[in-house]
Write a protein that binds this ligand. Sequence first.
Ligand SMILES: NC(=O)c1ccc[n+]([C@@H]2O[C@H](COP(=O)([O-])OP(=O)(O)OC[C@H]3O[C@@H](n4cnc5c(N)ncnc54)[C@H](O)[C@@H]3O)[C@@H](O)[C@H]2O)c1
Length: 248
Amino acid sequence: MQVANKVALVTGSGKGLGKAFAGALLQRGARVCISDVDPKTLQTTYDEYTSQYGRENVCSIPCDVTVESDLKDVFSKTRGELKGLDIVVNNAGIANEAMWDKMVDINLKGVIRGTLLAMDAMKTVNGGKGGVIVNVASMAGILPVAHVPAYSAAKHGVVAYTRSWAKNPESTDNNIRMVSLCPAYAKTDILKMDKGAAHGEVLVEESFDKLGIMSVDTVVEAFLKILDDSDNHGKALSVTKMKGMAYV
Ligand SMILES: NC(=O)c1ccc[n+]([C@@H]2O[C@H](COP(=O)([O-])OP(=O)(O)OC[C@H]3O[C@@H](n4cnc5c(N)ncnc54)[C@H](O)[C@@H]3O)[C@@H](O)[C@H]2O)c1
């Protein structure tokens, strides 16, 4: 997909991977709505990106992906302010087993809410032009992870949800492509886990040592590959330090 002149929406884009995905889209000439539950990081990123890419190319809308009305508002404002919607990145996420219920609400149900709203907006039968939905999962959505079982379950859910939609003609008939992005560890604040956020601190350290920690740029490369490739509907793109990128 040519990113220039497209309209994109990225959830959880105040910082971390979401911010970097939004930046990469802006750099390639897209107009982007950034949104986040944290108004402070959202404002900082908005100030940075508007000064770099111009106010006409960025909009900023606060949104908690667990709140249906928030998400609906983001979708309708993005379409109103940026005049269209071609790319949706369901990225918002946390890693905290002590809050597993909330985590599933954000990491899995938030992706389902975002996918359904994206499909509604993009469907050709509704007057849309189709588009691409990138659902941010994790390698924890492909492999089991001993220290974060609920996180892993939610991310497996994202991969399965995305794969399943690709089997449904409602996606293909409406020119909608969706792909799961499955990175291993990347250097963002999500890795600074609070005490009790994982089951077994030793396991966390062992896992970091075994898999290594990638740069955010490496994950951005994978994100852009998903947009560029056209025959990846329903697939999951794994990204690891040892093996690079591979569709699974
Ligand atoms: N960094 C990694 O190692 C890694 C690896 C695999 C997958 N991921 C996934 O990538 C995504 C982004 O994570 P990150 O590493 O950038 O983490 P991060 O903590 O740096 O950023 C997450 C962003 O999501 C926002 N957010 C949290 N709850 C939200 C909610 N309810 N509604 C809207 N926004 C919310 C946060 O405010 C924050 O800005 C997550 O889905 C995460 O599970 C990260």
